[in-house]
Design a protein around this ligand. Structure first.
Ligand SMILES: *[C@@H]1O[C@H](CO)[C@@H](O)[C@H](O)[C@H]1NC(C)=O
Ligand SMILES: *[C@@H]1O[C@H](CO)[C@@H](O)[C@H](O)[C@H]1NC(C)=O
Ligand SMILES: *[C@@H]1O[C@H](CO)[C@@H](O)[C@H](O)[C@H]1NC(C)=O
Length: 348
């Protein structure tokens, strides 16, 4: 909480000359309150807030009770799930299909450094949230413009290509920009309410700086239910060098309630992570604290991926675009240097 108070204080200083900024500050504070008061902040985007049931069984919507060991039971969880539907994710992909030309992707504000980035461990994955980055994606065969909401990591990968599972898959969760937030997007039940972009990470020496920024901060969220702040990084670096080929299909969220509201984009080319960095993910814990006796190495979070699901009547398309466009439409609200300067102001 001290950090929040500090951030609000920081914003007051920075807001000095901008009235609009005061409103942003209020919004941001509200968001924090929500996050810190929900039981499972990392998961709140996957809850199906069916209002009728919500009132009947309020507690059931705030205690996700699934594990990667009981995947078969996901569709019989107390809350309504779509986990046994016919448009589920992840799926097996096959690279030997004919590419279909599509309009280029446009990634907006992906190069802008978001200065206020949070990382969290919910015992099943590690997620990253942004509070002031207006990053969007459109094109690439998507029918709408989508806002970036969060990043989720799975080690190993959820999607499997030619029967091979990558060591890591990063999922960039976006929601249709016509919705006010990710919850209303999921609640809408629209089959393309969310656009998730997945990136495979293979072992390699030239991992981008952005990956280093994230993995070197993982110890802050070693244990379940930990949340913390991490330094800004360049989102573009998290995507593969080449974004010209990608798998496209209609699917679902890969955790309960498995809502079938997702247009998937899985880039064919991978990005890279070093073994040392990957091991930092393997060391993340499923428990809230170190046990009283013995080592906690058997509480490491491993294999946090969902098994591949049947395609049924769906088809997977291999999209092909020319070079993707990366445009920054906004001057960052605050630059890293400015944040440093106001820290100095505070301490002086
Ligand atoms: C969660 O699931 C476990 C095992 O399936 C069960 O023992 C436990 O009672 C459940 N907890 C809640 C809150 O439903
Ligand atoms: C996904 O669903 C939409 C609408 O139902 C359809 O137009 C589109 O072709 C589907 N995408 C793929 C890759 O099958
Ligand atoms: C697949 O499509 C056929 C024909 O449209 C339909 O009869 C069948 O129920 C569909 N199967 C699934 C699993 O959706």
């Amino acid at each position: 909480m001290a950090q929040i108070r500090f951030l609000v204080f920081l914003m007051i200083i920075l807001c000095f000359e901008y009235v609009d900024c005061i409103r942003d500050m209020a919004e941001m504070y509200e968001k924090y309150q929500k996050m810190f008061h929900s039981h499972d902040p990392v998961d709140y985007h996957v809850h199906h807030h069916n209002h009728h049931n919500h009132h009947k069984h309020p507690h059931k919507y705030h205690h996700s009770n699934y594990t990667y060991d009981n995947q078969e039971e996901w569709c019989t969880l107390p809350q309504d799930t779509e986990c046994c539907g016919t448009h589920q994710s992840p799926v097996r992909l096959d690279s030997f299909i004919k590419p279909v030309p599509m309009k280029p992707f446009e990634f907006i504000n992906y190069k802008m450094l978001p200065w206020n980035v949070e990382i969290a461990n919910n015992g099943r994955t590690v997620s990253v949230f942004f509070n002031n980055v207006n990053a969007q994606v459109k094109g690439g065969g998507l029918k709408h413009t989508y806002n970036l909401y969060s990043l989720i990591f799975h080690w190993g990968s959820e999607h499997v290509v030619n029967k091979v599972r990558a060591p890591l898959e990063l999922q960039l969760i976006h929601y249709n920009s016509k919705f006010s937030d990710v919850h209303s997007a999921v609640e809408s039940g629209e089959p393309d309410a969310l656009a998730i972009i997945a990136v495979f990470y293979w072992l390699g020496r030239d991992a981008p700086e952005a990956v280093h920024t994230i993995t070197s901060e993982l110890t802050k969220v070693w244990y379940k239910n930990k949340m913390d702040y991490i330094p800004p990084f360049n989102l573009r670096e998290l995507l593969p060098q080449s974004t010209t080929h990608f798998y496209r299909y209609n699917g679902s969220m890969t955790t309960p309630n498995c809502n079938e509201v997702v247009v998937w984009t899985v880039f064919k080319d991978p990005n890279f992570i070093s073994l040392i960095q990957l091991k930092k993910f393997y060391a993340v814990k499923t428990v809230t604290k170190r046990p009283a006796y013995g080592p906690d190495s058997n509480m490491n979070l491993l294999h946090n991926y969902r098994k591949t699901q049947e395609l049924y009547n769906r088809t997977v398309v291999l999209g092909e675009v020319t070079v993707s466009k990366f445009t920054d439409t906004e001057i960052p609200a605050v630059t890293v240097e400015e944040v440093k300067t106001s820290e100095e102001i505070e301490t002086s």
